[in-house]
Design a protein around this ligand. Structure first.
Ligand code: 13P
Length: 250
């Protein structure tokens, strides 16, 4: 359990348009009365400027969905941590399973990305999680520990500055949520691994992600080591996202 308030982060993935973002953010911001948890939205890179301007002065922080492992230079298509900082980005997702799967990101690349973010003063949200085959083979613990170990190894004493997101791949976008007990079991493993690496493991928020929605958020968030959520589909609907922010504020 962390000493922080819960952290709820929307991951829009590759969704949105100037018009849709404006109404989603305005509807979300107008529902924030009584919300006391920490909240952020991770938007597609082209919309960082728009979201930055719409979120300025609100309690909702801005996040990005990826960052380059390189600092600057001849890396066509990449976005650097310093560029994100120009838009007051507070959080960046690194190592999302969709990037590991479709873009070949290795544990080492993910660890470097986390390093780049930290060096720029941005909190990396490091995603870990097993596939269905790995879970069925009893490999869940081994897989998530291997993924987190790479980031711990590369980031040393800064490790208490990261956020971790446990996202079982079989639960992402499937409507199949991990049970609160399944989530808690993995979160406890990750917490113990962080405790072995830093005296400040209680500062690290460990988020759950994977079909979290307005109906199941409260029971997941009630687990002692579930410090918040990383929310895909449900973050695209303002009433659902607001209701989850409220569940995280109790
Ligand atoms: P869903 O909430 O759509 O399952 O996505 C979870 C996720 O991948 C968030 O990063």
């Amino acid at each position: 359990m962390t000493m922080n308030s819960k952290l709820m982060v929307g991951n829009w993935k590759m969704n949105g348009s100037l018009a849709a973002n404006a109404s989603l953010l305005s509807d979300t911001l107008s529902g924030l009365g009584g919300v006391s948890c920490r909240a952020a939205v991770c938007v597609p890179a082209p919309y960082l400027a728009q979201a930055h301007s719409l979120l300025t002065g609100s309690s909702m922080a801005l996040g990005a969905q990826d960052v380059s492992a390189h600092e600057s230079g001849a890396y066509t298509g990449e976005v650097s941590a310093n560029m994100l900082r120009d838009f007051a980005v507070r959080y960046v997702i690194v190592g999302h399973s969709e990037r590991r799967q479709y873009h070949g990101e290795t544990d080492a690349v993910v660890a470097t990305k986390a390093q780049r973010a930290l060096a720029a003063g941005i909190t990396p949200i490091v995603c870990v999680g097993e596939s269905l085959a790995e879970r069925e083979a009893g490999q869940t613990e081994v897989v998530v520990k291997r993924q987190l170990a790479a980031v711990i190894h590369a980031n040393g004493h800064c490790i208490s500055e990261i956020v971790v997101a446990y996202e079982p791949i079989w639960a992402i976008g499937t409507g199949l949520t991990a049970t609160p007990e399944q989530a808690q079991a993995v979160h406890a493993v990750l917490r113990a691994q962080l405790q072995a690496a830093t005296a400040h493991a209680d500062r690290v928020s460990i988020l759950y992600g994977g079909s979290m929605n307005a109906a199941n958020a409260a029971s997941l968030l009630a687990q002692p080591d579930v410090d918040g959520g990383l929310i895909g589909g449900a973050s695209l609907k303002a009433p659902d996202f607001v209701s989850m922010l409220k569940a995280a504020s109790r």
